[in-house]
Structure formats: structure tokens, C-alpha cells
Design a protein around this ligand. Structure first.
Ligand SMILES: CC(C)(COP(=O)(O)OP(=O)(O)OC[C@H]1O[C@@H](n2cnc3c(N)ncnc32)[C@H](O)[C@@H]1OP(=O)(O)O)[C@@H](O)C(=O)NCCC(=O)NCCS
Length: 195
């Protein structure tokens, strides 16, 4: 298993990289947008919390079990931070992980979330050799549900009132995809990436 230090992930329009100090203002802006936080466990973030978050993320690596890693999502053409993509490898099983994604509102509806998550799935299945990735979403989060289905993830759980969320019980879907399923969707050879 190769867990050498992560550098960057490049796709057609995006670069996924570590957070850096200069991300503070755009990060604060999108994290404090009520539409962005509507289905997230957080509501807002102040300057100190955002700065601490960035400092902590700068020291982390995505392949470490039990530790959440946020890829900063940057637009290739402008160098602008447009969102972040979450990866957490399970503490008790390094072959499984959870992902999530957040985009600034002005960059939604352009396929950037799908492009960013695809980069992360390519990375975790080919570089980190993970077996399975899950994503959990509020059932009312239509954009997130559409994204996960567009990516080809399988809805395998529908939890009813399983979370106390912003003053009421919420329902969640769990989606998942296996390494072989993702590589087949991408037209990649699973044998070439076997252990
Ligand atoms: C969930 C979220 C990331 C989805 O973002 P998104 O931009 O809708 O997702 P995608 O990247 O897949 O973009 C798809 C849309 O871009 C459009 N699009 C435009 N150009 C495109 C392109 N070149 N390629 C693909 N899609 C394109 C698609 O038609 C689609 O539009 P539609 O929703 O009107 O049908 C976003 O709504 C968000 O950040 N929400 C707040 C945070 C959140 O709730 N995250 C989920 C937590 S699990």
C-alpha cells in the first residue's frame, strides 16, 4: 500500500490540494452562507475557527485512518478556492472511507462537485487502494442526492429520523461504491490496481 505524501490531484478544470493561509476569506464566505450550511451539521464558522481549521488541515494527510481530511478545491483557470471535499478513512478499517463535498453557491450547477469527487474517488481507489466509499446525505438535499446518483453511487440505506438535526429529527440516505464498481465506471482495469 502506497501512503506516500499527498501532493495535488488535477482534473480538467480543477486542482485539489492542501488548504493554505490564503484560502481564509473564500473559505469563510462559503462556510457562512446559509444555503451552503442548510444540510450540514454546522451552521457557521468564525474567523478564528476557520483559521484553526486551515492550520490543522495543512498538517494532515488524506491517507491517515480516523482523521478527516479536507481537499481544497481550486479552479484551474483562476486559482480561486471554490469549495472543499472531505475524506475520512475509518479508524477501525483503512479500506473504507466516507466522503462529502461543499461548493460555494456561485460555483454550483457547473459539474464541479462531480469532477472534484471523481478525482477523490480515483485517488482513493487507485493510490490508497481502498475497497469501499460511502456518502451520507440528508434526504431533502436534492442537489446532493442528484450528485451521488450522477456519480454512480448506490443508494443502500434510508434511515428514518436517525439524526437530531437543527431542531428536528432528520432522515438520511447512505450511498456507497466499491473499488471495482468505480473502476468499471471509469473504464479502468481493476487488475492493474490490485494489491
Ligand atoms: C451538493 C453540492 C456539492 C452539489 O453541487 P452541484 O454543483 O449541484 O453538483 P455537480 O457538480 O454534479 O453539478 C451538477 C449540475 O451542474 C450542471 N452542469 C453544468 N455543466 C456541467 C458539466 N460540464 N459537467 C457536469 N455537470 C454540469 C448539471 O447539469 C447539473 O445541473 P442541475 O443540478 O441543474 O441538473 C452543492 O449543492 C453544495 O455544495 N451544497 C451545499 C453543501 C452540501 O449540502 N453538501 C452535501 C453534503 S453530503
Amino acid at each position: 500500500m502506497d501512503r506516500s505524501e499527498f501532493d495535488i490531484l488535477k482534473s480538467k478544470r480543477l486542482v485539489l490540494r492542501h488548504f493554505r493561509d490564503s484560502d481564509l476569506e473564500p473559505f469563510l464566505a462559503h462556510r457562512n452562507d446559509p444555503e451552503v450550511s442548510r444540510y450540514q451539521i454546522w451552521d457557521s464558522i468564525d474567523r478564528q475557527e476557520a483559521s484553526d481549521f486551515i492550520q490543522e488541515q495543512m498538517s494532515r494527510q488524506p491517507g491517515v485512518a480516523g482523521q478527516g481530511f479536507q481537499f481544497a478545491v481550486e479552479m484551474n483557470s483562476t486559482g480561486e478556492l471554490i469549495g472543499d471535499c472531505y475524506l475520512k478513512i475509518k479508524d477501525e478499517d483503512w479500506r473504507q472511507a466516507e466522503i462529502g463535498v461543499t461548493l460555494a453557491p456561485e460555483h454550483q450547477g457547473a459539474g464541479f462537485a462531480a469532477e472534484a469527487v471523481s478525482s477523490v474517488l480515483d485517488y482513493v481507489f487507485t493510490e490508497l487502494n481502498l475497497h469501499r466509499v460511502v456518502a451520507v446525505t440528508d434526504c431533502e438535499n436534492d442537489a446532493s442526492v442528484a450528485l451521488l446518483e450522477r456519480l454512480g453511487m448506490r443508494r443502500e440505506g434510508h434511515f428514518i429520523e436517525n439524526i437530531w438535526f437543527k431542531g428536528r429529527w432528520g432522515d438520511e440516505f447512505q450511498y456507497a461504491i466499491l473499488k471495482d464498481e468505480w473502476l468499471a465506471l471509469r473504464g479502468l482495469d481493476s487488475q492493474a490496481n490490485a494489491e
